[in-house]
Design a protein around this ligand. Structure first.
Ligand SMILES: Cc1cc2nc3c(=O)[nH]c(=O)nc-3n(C[C@H](O)[C@H](O)[C@H](O)COP(=O)(O)OP(=O)(O)OC[C@H]3O[C@@H](n4cnc5c(N)ncnc54)[C@H](O)[C@@H]3O)c2cc1C
Length: 451
C-alpha cells in the first residue's frame, strides 16, 4: 500500500471531496480518509435526508391549509415507508462516492485519522506521509453539561428512526430542532423545544422568528424559552426532562430527547498537538488562504475550519475549491463570505442572506440603512395556498441603493432568497431588480413590490 502522498484529505464531505478530486486531476498523488461511510454529513446525515422528510411534512401542511378550499381528505405520514424512501437516496451514496474516488485514482482509507507528526497521519495500521494535509472533518453535536446527557439522541439517529415516538423533547432552539420539530408535529407527535435563551434561531431577524414561533405554536409545538435543561432521567422506556426557568421548574415526560443545541468542529481527537496545528473553539486556525497558521503544510475547510463562513454545505464546498486552488497554484485565492444564503426548512421556511439590520448598522451604514419590512401574507402568492404567515425584510444602503441583506419567511422563502443572493453578489440596486421581468404568477414576480 502506497504511504507517501502529495495530499491527504481527512473527511469525505463537501469540504474534502472537491479538493481531493481537483488535486488528483492535476496529477497529484492523493489519499482520502473517513471514519464513517463515505459521503459526509450533508448527503448521509444532514441536508438531503432531512429535506425528504420535510417534503412529506409539507404535503400534510398544504392539505391542512387547503381544507374547505377545494381539498378534502386527511393524508397521514407512514414514517416507516417514508424512511425507506429516504434510504433510497442515502444508501447508494457511500458506494458511489468510493467508486468515484477509486475511478479518479484517489487512494481511500477507512478509519479515524490522527496526527503522529507534522506531516504524518495514522489511520488504523497505516502511517501516511504527505506534503500537504487538508482537515475537512466537519462538526459534531456540542457536549452539554446536563445530568443524563448520555440519553440524548443525535440528529443522525433521528434521521434513522424506524418509528417516530409519540412524545419528543428537543434540547436547544437552533435550526435542527425547529426543522425536526416541524416534521414530527406534522407526523402526529407531541413536540416540545426547550431553549436556554430568550430568543431561539438567534442568527435570524427577531420579527420573522416571531412569525415562525406563532405558526409553530399553532401546529402544536410547545416552545419553552429562557429555560435551561438540568437533567434527563431514564424511566423504563421513557424519559423525564427537568428544566429551570428562573425560579420555576419544568418537567416533561417523553419518549425521546433530542440534541438540537448546536454543533462544534470535530477535531478534539486528532492529536493536533503532535503536528503543531493551532486551533481555537470554532475550529482549525487558518489565515485568509485557509492555511493553518502554525503548520503551513496543513489547510482546513468546511465546518472544521475557524472562518467567518457559516457551517453550511455550499460554504464547505466553496472553501474546498479555494483550498484546491491555493494548493495547486500557491496561496492566491481567498474565500468570499459576502453571500451565504441560509434556510431553516420549517413550514413556513425562514431564510436569510447578507446583513441583518443590526449588522448593517454595526458596519457603519448607520444613517444610510433603509429597512423595508412587509407582511406579505395577504399577497396573491400566499393567499392562493391559504398561507397566513409570510413576511419580508430587506436592508438597503440608501446611498448606493444596493441590497445589503434580505430576510424572508414563507413557503417560497427558499427560492426567493436565492434571487436576493444574486442581487447582493453582483451589487444590484433596488432599481435594477425592479427592472427585472420575472415570469408571472411566481413568487419572484413579487420582488419589485417588496422593494
Ligand atoms: C441535521 C443536519 C441538517 C443540515 N441541513 C443543512 C442544510 O439544509 N443546508 C446546508 O447548507 N447545510 C446543512 N447542514 C450542515 C452541513 O451538513 C454541513 O455544513 C456540511 O456537511 C459540512 O461539510 P464538511 O465537509 O465540512 O463536513 P462533513 O460533511 O461533516 O464531513 C466530514 C467527514 O469527516 C469525517 N471525519 C471526522 N473526523 C475524522 C477523523 N478523525 N478521521 C477520519 N474521518 C473523520 C466524518 O466522518 C465526516 O464524514 C446540516 C447539518 C445537519 C447535521
Amino acid at each position: 500500500m502506497q504511504k507517501k502522498f502529495d495530499l491527504i484529505v481527512i473527511g469525505t464531505g463537501s469540504a474534502g471531496t472537491a479538493a481531493a478530486m481537483k488535486c488528483k486531476k492535476a496529477g497529484w498523488e492523493v489519499a482520502i480518509i473517513d471514519s464513517r461511510p463515505f459521503g459526509g454529513t450533508c448527503a448521509l446525515r444532514g441536508c438531503d435526508p432531512k429535506k425528504i422528510l420535510v417534503g412529506a411534512a409539507n404535503i400534510i401542511d398544504s392539505v391542512d391549509r387547503m381544507k374547505g378550499k377545494g381539498i378534502t381528505g386527511a393524508p397521514t405520514i407512514n414514517w416507516n415507508e417514508l424512511m425507506e424512501f429516504k434510504r433510497t437516496f442515502t444508501e447508494p451514496v457511500p458506494e458511489n462516492r468510493l467508486e468515484g474516488f477509486q475511478k479518479a485514482g484517489i487512494v481511500t482509507f477507512h478509519g479515524e485519522a490522527v496526527f503522529v507528526a507534522e506531516d504524518k497521519i495514522q489511520v488504523g495500521e497505516n502511517e501516511l506521509t504527505a506534503e500537504k494535509i487538508l482537515i475537512a472533518n466537519g462538526a459534531k453535536p456540542v457536549s452539554l453539561p446536563i445530568n443524563g446527557a448520555e440519553h440524548l439522541t443525535m440528529s443522525d439517529e433521528f434521521l434513522e428512526l424506524d418509528k417516530l415516538p409519540a412524545r419528543l423533547v428537543f434540547v436547544g432552539g437552533g435550526y435542527i430542532s425547529f426543522e425536526f420539530a416541524h416534521i414530527a408535529a406534522r407526523a402526529g407527535s407531541e413536540v416540545h423545544i426547550i431553549h436556554r435563551g430568550k430568543r431561539p434561531l438567534e442568527n435570524f431577524e427577531a420579527d420573522l422568528v416571531d412569525v415562525l414561533l406563532e405558526r409553530s405554536k399553532e401546529v402544536g409545538i410547545h416552545i419553552h424559552l429562557g429555560t435551561e435543561v438540568k437533567s434527563i432521567e431514564k424511566i423504563d422506556s421513557s424519559f423525564k426532562v427537568i428544566g429551570e426557568n428562573g425560579s420555576e421548574s419544568l418537567e416533561l415526560d417523553c419518549d425521546l430527547v433530542l440534541h438540537g443545541a448546536g454543533r462544534v468542529p470535530n477535531i478534539d481527537e486528532m492529536q493536533l498537538e503532535k503536528a503543531n496545528v493551532e486551533r481555537e473553539p470554532s475550529g482549525i486556525t487558518v489565515n485568509e488562504y485557509l492555511q493553518n497558521v502554525s503548520n503551513l503544510r496543513v489547510y482546513a475547510a468546511g465546518d472544521a475550519a475557524a472562518t467567518e463562513g457559516l457551517p453550511l454545505t455550499p460554504i464547505a464546498s466553496m472553501e474546498s475549491h479555494v483550498v484546491a486552488s491555493n494548493l495547486l497554484k500557491g496561496n492566491q485565492k481567498t474565500p468570499s463570505y459576502k453571500v451565504m444564503p441560509t434556510v431553516v426548512f420549517t413550514i413556513p421556511k425562514l431564510a436569510a442572506v447578507g446583513l441583518s439590520e443590526d449588522q448593517a448598522k454595526e458596519k457603519g451604514y448607520n444613517y444610510k440603512v433603509k429597512v423595508l419590512q412587509k407582511d406579505i401574507s395577504s399577497w396573491y402568492t400566499y393567499k392562493r395556498t391559504n398561507e397566513k404567515h409570510a413576511m419580508v425584510k430587506v436592508i438597503i444602503d440608501e446611498d448606493s441603493d444596493q441590497i445589503l441583506g434580505a430576510h424572508l419567511i414563507g413557503q417560497e422563502a427558499d427560492e426567493l432568497i436565492n434571487h436576493f443572493a444574486l442581487a447582493i453578489q453582483f451589487n444590484l440596486t433596488t432599481y435594477d431588480l425592479k427592472q427585472m421581468i420575472f415570469a408571472y404568477p411566481t413568487a419572484a414576480s413579487d420582488i419589485a413590490s417588496m422593494l
